[in-house]
Design a protein around this ligand. Structure first.
Ligand code: NZQ
Ligand code: ZN
Length: 388
């Protein structure tokens, strides 16, 4: 196991009817900005309920944060924060609203050009860079990204999606009420299962680091997602299935299974380019790219792929290559069983578009991806061709 530091200060309130914790956890005299997306949280009445729990505090709203939140939109919110002396933000939404809110919190009082904050990549933004950060909490409406309990955000600007990481950007608290997610369209639930699955897999199917707790936890989350996947998609109001979906998604990317192990993230980086270029949903890009990554990188991932085959899919017979083939096939079939297409061509992306994706990877410096850095642009091209 590698050396590691672990820190996660986000307080979680899980379960039915938890909005009442807002009053205790938002400072009594705060001037609050509620951030939300395209309207689902308004339509469901969730924003009104949140406002009721904020009581007499001064409350403003900023809606319209789009899926794959855009820099320009977020900077408009940052202006509201400055002009209205907002000192607490409550994000009500999915990964896009929570990610966007993290950026608003960091950018509102940043002294320079806030586009600088998009240039740090995976290097954390510290208090030397951003002196004053607005605190925030979240009410999660879509189980997928883990943003509700981590310090990352992905911000869209021009033709790129840029990771922004900062310990200053952890939510102070997040409310995880599975009932709030019942209004989700099926496709978003399915996207959420795939996203959580691939988050775990990118921290698990790498090379062995003798990290037994992390491995067993990763396998437990993967098996849970396989067990409840179809139910959480097909029975939108099945509380038990959705509760397990929500907590799996949070546990998948709150840092716990990441400690002391190598991490891949090639699928996410290639997937981000597919979203930026073709507008394919984040979860769907992962369902397209991941089976192909496992296939093309089967040599570097061999030991862990065999462990995945045996422990997650209970594949115990056949040669090693047969086991790996079957594990990849079952992974693809699992995504497809949720109603997600796993081939690039099914999203209208043809072979002639692949060079443009590779160009974008190059432009963003993503030329040595995965746990070994061995996914060069040539390998990424092969992965994309293999995903057609
Ligand atoms: O905008 P509204 O009207 O709210 O509709 C949203 C949106 O259209 C809708 N929705 C959300 N909750 C709902 C609902 N509709 C009905 N009922 C509800 N309860 O769902 C649509 C998608 O929402 P979005 O927030 O975009 O989805 P998701 O949570 O999958 O977030 C995706 C974003 O997160 C980033 C992705 O790159 C993408 O930008 N990621 C963030 C990560 C992180 N912070 O750690 C890691 C991930 O790998 C990912 O990259
Ligand atoms: Zn993801």
């Amino acid at each position: 196991m590698f050396n590691f530091d672990f820190y996660n200060p986000t307080r979680i309130f899980f379960g039915k009817g938890r909005l009442d914790v807002i009053d205790k956890n938002v400072p009594a005299n705060a001037r609050v900005l509620i951030t939300f997306g395209g309207g689902s949280a308004k339509k469901s009445g969730l924003i009104d309920k949140v406002k009721t729990h904020l009581g007499n505090r001064k409350v403003l709203e900023f809606g319209g944060i789009e899926p794959n939140p855009r820099y320009e939109t977020l900077m408009k919110a940052a202006e509201v924060v400055r002009n209205e002396n907002i000192d607490f933000i409550l994000a009500v939404g999915g990964g896009s609203v929570i990610d966007g809110t993290k950026f608003i919190c960091l950018a509102s009082h940043y002294k320079g050009d806030a586009r600088d904050l998009l240039k740090h990549g995976f290097a954390p933004i510290t208090s030397q860079v951003v002196e004053k950060v607005v605190p925030f909490g979240s009410v999660l409406t879509l189980p997928a990204t883990g943003s509700e309990m981590n310090n990352g955000a992905v911000i869209s600007y021009e033709h790129g999606k840029f990771p922004v990481m900062s310990e200053l950007a952890y939510p102070k608290f997040s409310i995880l009420d599975p009932v709030v997610t019942f209004t989700l369209p099926k496709i978003q639930v399915a996207n959420g299962v795939v996203d959580a699955f691939v988050h775990v897999a990118e921290q698990y199917i790498t090379f062995p680091a003798d990290a037994k707790v992390q491995d067993r936890m990763a396998e437990g989350i993967l098996q849970t997602l396989i067990e409840i996947g179809a139910t959480t998609v097909n029975e939108p109001e099945n509380y038990a299935a959705r509760a397990n979906h929500v907590w799996s998604a949070t546990m998948a990317l709150n840092g716990i299974i990441a400690v002391g192990v190598p991490q891949d993230w090639a699928t996410h980086m290639i997937g981000h380019e597919l979203t930026a270029l073709f507008g394919i949903d984040h979860g769907q890009t992962l369902a397209i790219v991941y089976p192909s990554v496992l296939d093309v990188c089967r040599r570097q991932k061999r030991t862990k792929l065999l462990q995945y085959a045996e422990r997650v899919w209970n594949i115990t017979t056949g040669s090693d290559d047969e086991k790996i083939d079957l594990a990849i096939k079952k992974t693809r079939e699992f995504f497809e069983s949720l109603g997600i297409k796993t081939r690039l061509s099914e999203y209208g992306v043809t072979v002639d578009k692949i060079p443009a994706v590779v160009e974008q990877l190059k432009a963003h410096g993503l030329t040595a991806l995965s746990e070994t850095g061995k996914i060069t642009l040539e390998v990424s091209q092969k992965i994309l061709e293999n995903a057609l």
